[in-house]
Design a protein around this ligand. Structure first.
Ligand code: ADP
Ligand code: MG
Length: 235
């Protein structure tokens, strides 16, 4: 589910990739063979020397971006609230100002537990409770300011302005938003989605999906120790 703004970001990026591909296509060596996979090469038409090389390099970057834009999903299973907090604690040190993590999943899925795990790792000492009634809780004395939203009780997207939602998302800390997908048109340009499903045996499945360059890098770093769990999502 993409908002207009997020969709615009993707479209602009795809258009950029297309320009790169076209530009590269007309700038490569005559009869040159461009290796596109281990077993396949394609002939490319013209040569502009160093410019051709640069364009071939840009082509590779464009192709890489296009592939990455298809999205990767990182999946983990948690067997207990503690395991959820431990998983969250592995994300905390990688966070930077401006990172937005959208948490989706039914009531009781474990969204708040996840934020508690992040908060503990960032050095928040007091209780971290669900901001269902306050809508937003700020923990600015943490090693990175942490903002915890719960949009469940909001009735209209106009209320987001009233609570300073957009300024905070762009602000000096990392923001975690429960029910952040409630207003699809108000999704931020870039975010990491953490979707939690409750399984029949009460374990939780966490599916992480990145939208945008920074969230994608964050996802790569987070999943680095378990690359086998980082895979294309064909669902
Ligand atoms: P949400 O914020 O998604 O509405 P909470 O995090 O407030 O949900 O609550 C999750 C509830 O589920 C807690 O009571 C917690 O003890 C329980 N729970 C059971 N197993 C897990 C698990 N693997 N991960 C997270 N919470 C779990
Ligand atoms: Mg909650």
């Amino acid at each position: 589910m993409l908002s207009d703004r997020a969709a615009f970001g993707c479209t602009r990026k795809r258009a950029g990739n297309l320009v790169l591909l076209l530009f590269s296509g007309v700038s490569c060596a005559p009869d040159a063979q461009l290796r596109v996979s281990r077993y396949r090469t394609v002939a490319v038409p013209w040569d502009f020397g160093a410019l051709g090389s640069l364009c071939r390099w840009l082509l590779a970057v464009g192709a890489y971006n296009a592939l990455m834009a298809n999205g990767l999903t990182y999946t983990r299973t948690s067997v207990s609230p503690d395991a959820t907090k431990q998983l969250a604690a592995t994300l905390a040190p990688l966070l930077r100002a401006g990172d937005v993590i959208l948490l989706s999943g039914d009531l009781g899925a474990g969204k708040t537990q996840f934020v508690q795990g992040v908060a503990a790792k960032l050095g928040v000492t007091g209780a971290v409770t669900s901001p269902t009634f306050n809508i937003m809780m700020a923990y600015e004395k943490a090693s990175l300011p942490l903002y915890h939203f719960d949009l469940y009780r909001l009735e209209s997207p106009d209320e987001l302005e009233d609570i300073g939602y957009f300024e905070i998302l762009d602000g000096p800390g990392a923001s975690f938003v429960e029910w952040g997908d409630k207003f699809p048109d108000e999704l931020p340009y870039e975010y990491l989605e953490v979707d939690i499903t409750v399984n029949e045996d009460e374990t939780r499945t966490f599916r992480m999906h990145a939208y945008g360059d920074r969230p994608r890098r964050l996802l790569f770093l987070w999943a680095k120790d378990s690359r086998s769990r980082l895979r294309k999502d064909y669902s």
